[in-house]
Design a protein around this ligand. Sequence first.
Ligand SMILES: Cc1cc2nc3c(=O)[nH]c(=O)nc-3n(C[C@H](O)[C@H](O)[C@H](O)COP(=O)(O)OP(=O)(O)OC[C@H]3O[C@@H](n4cnc5c(N)ncnc54)[C@H](O)[C@@H]3O)c2cc1C
Length: 453
Amino acid sequence: MSEKIYDVLIVGGGISGTALFYELAEYTDLKNIALVEKYGEIAHINSNARGNSQTLHCGDIETNYTLYKAKKVKITANMVFRYCKKYDYLDDILTKIPKMAFGVGKAEVAYIQTRQKAFSELYPYMRLIEEDELALLEPNLVNIDGKPRSEPVIAMGTDTEYSAIDFGRLANSFVKNAQEISNKNCDVHLNTKVENMIKEDNGTYLVKTSNGNFRAKFVVVNAGAHSLYLAHKMGYGLKYSALPIAGRFYHAPIDLLNSKVYTVQHEKLPFAAVHGDPDIMYKDKMRFGPTALPLMRLELFKGGTFSEFLESLKFDKNVAEVLWSLFKNSDIMKYILTNIMYEIPIFGKYLFLQNAKKIIPSLKYSDLTYAKKAGGLRPQVIDKIAKRLILGEASIQTGKGLNFNMTPSPGATSCLGNAKIDVEIIVKYLGCKYHHSKLIDELIGEENIIKPK
Ligand SMILES: Cc1cc2nc3c(=O)[nH]c(=O)nc-3n(C[C@H](O)[C@H](O)[C@H](O)COP(=O)(O)OP(=O)(O)OC[C@H]3O[C@@H](n4cnc5c(N)ncnc54)[C@H](O)[C@@H]3O)c2cc1C
């Protein structure tokens, strides 16, 4: 195996690892960068278009965000848009599908009206779509067998923005574009599982893999649910525990909806509300979901990770207390139990149908088919000392040339924004050159930087 010492080695070829690979290659003068992925392809699991909802979350239809969070999310989503524009991927990897946040019933109608006004400066293109217009744009949201539904409905939406994205293809494009930069050595090692990392006396890391050993001055672990497992192995992040939550989907015929329809989020359950999305992988299908099921493994469709699950859960009294405080909340308890019941054959689909009927009240049992091999898994990180869930980003920066990123927030959308955080830490640690103004100019735009208060 190669004796060369990489400047940076990234563990994990999902959207987070590949975005960092690209940013380091494009915006620093580092010459030797490695990406190590245990499977035989990039974006094989959660970052694949099968694994997620294919939405560029910019905060306009995600009603769980505060205005402050929405401003941050908009910038990081915009980085993906600007990257796609730079490489001519618009209307290809990133496409326009109409999108809306949809309110049902008096309280939600009032909520959407207030929110649209409050966020109109940030999202001037989001307009209120009243029932009459909705009936023309999305008749299935409004009618039951030709008659209007009993509750009032409203949406705030747009058809002018880029909203649907294939994160798997995006990840592959990061790798390709990094490798095409001249005078750089950007190596990708597939089918290479990192087993452990050892800090050597000279400060480099010896990275032990299933495919031989590598050395690197800086290591970033972007291994999804496995990040905390690897951190624990090295004695880091012991105050954290990870509870894997799987999300799956149902397919339905595409002619039911034209838009991405996100329902109003429950304040105690961020990202739990059902949504309907045209599936970019299949022209004739749309998806409803996701469901949310606690799992005792670190990958949704592969077994063999039970011991790794136990190791990253590190169950103890504090974890039990956090879980108990969740179960005590009747809304959360109901949500968890309902999601567990979705797994029961026949009855589970019937139950899910009742949930999806919030979007399309005339939806039938026969319209839904379980979307096979579609879905992903998010590690829900628990802070055992603070005894609470970490709802946003979760990372461990050791200050010793080693970072672990466990879960990006709001998901794959924040890949380039999170990579920027790592790039800045790496630049400081290794003392290399950072083409910061080029990055601002190309991916952010001076006018979009949030100035500290
Ligand atoms: C149901 C669902 C819907 C979602 N929808 C959206 C959405 O619409 N929009 C959005 O922005 N986000 C969404 N997300 C979140 C998003 O999918 C994830 O945040 C994102 O894909 C995580 O990317 P990642 O690169 O950090 O991790 P992953 O994609 O999990 O990649 C980690 C990689 O590390 C590799 N790896 C693991 N261990 C090792 C090892 N020991 N050695 C080498 N390699 C290793 C894995 O094989 C994998 O390729 C959704 C998530 C779920 C569950």
